[in-house]
Write a protein that binds this ligand. Structure first.
Ligand code: HEM
Length: 199
């Protein structure tokens, strides 16, 4: 069976399911006391990696749509992109609530101790800007500037990979792979990103 535009609602439903299942699974693990010895760390890691992986998947949609001549697939980009923001929000909220315990006075100390938090915060602001401008009406209003803003997603991938690399103490192989993938994606788009039209 060939998947085509007619199947878009079903494809979207499957994407929703795939994006929501890991969150439900996380809740089940936590409530069944199966989230490891340090559940707070577990939740922060799980949601952080979830956000980064979903972001990489978002960036694969456009090349996949071109390669397999499925232009309708582009209509799923917003949905998947918003899940990136949802996962990132769960990650940031878990940190502020379970780790920092909303002790805002400790935030300055935390940032000095873990400067990678600032890198993550810049990436989060970019994701926020991309999400609030993802509506069709805003897109139409922004015209050419919309694409210019949304090209910042590549910068976000690099920032998040650095945030990841910097946050780990010894296990550097996994974050190094993400930095490599981030640079590869930017490399593949370099011509487009530096063209006059993109500026
Ligand atoms: C204000 C923004 C952010 C804060 C405060 C924050 C906080 C943290 C903290 C505290 C850790 C380390 C956990 C630990 O090892 O103890 C971490 C790791 C991580 N964060 Fe963030 N983060 C932010 C933004 C983001 C964003 C936007 C993403 C992705 C979209 C992200 C993805 C990750 C990843 C992938 C890791 C590594 C997880 C692992 O070690 O398995 N973070 N973050």
């Amino acid at each position: 069976m060939k998947v085509n535009r007619k199947h878009l609602p079903w494809v979207k439903a499957v994407f929703h399911l795939f994006a929501l299942a890991p969150i439900i699974y996380l809740f089940l693990l936590v409530f069944a006391d199966q989230a490891g010895g340090d559940p707070v760390q577990f939740i922060i890691h799980y949601t952080g990696i979830g956000a980064l992986n979903t972001l990489l998947l978002t960036l694969l949609i456009s090349p996949a749509a071109k390669k397999f001549k499925m232009s309708w697939l582009m209509q799923t980009r917003r949905l998947v992109g918003l899940y990136v923001f949802a996962y990132a929000t769960l990650h940031v909220a878990s940190y502020f609530s379970f780790d920092l315990l909303f002790e805002w006075s400790l935030l300055g100390e935390e940032v000095i101790k873990r400067p990678y938090i600032l890198v993550g915060a810049v990436a989060y602001l970019i994701l926020f800007a991309l999400s609030v401008t993802s509506f069709k009406k805003v897109m139409a209003k922004m015209g050419h500037n919309w694409q210019k803003l949304h090209n910042w997603v590549y910068f976000a991938v690099i920032l998040i990979s650095i945030h990841f690399y910097w946050s780990v103490k010894s296990e550097i192989i996994e974050p190094s792979i993400y930095i490599f993938i981030g640079l590869l994606l930017v490399g593949l788009r370099f011509k487009k990103l530096t063209s006059k039209k993109a500026r």
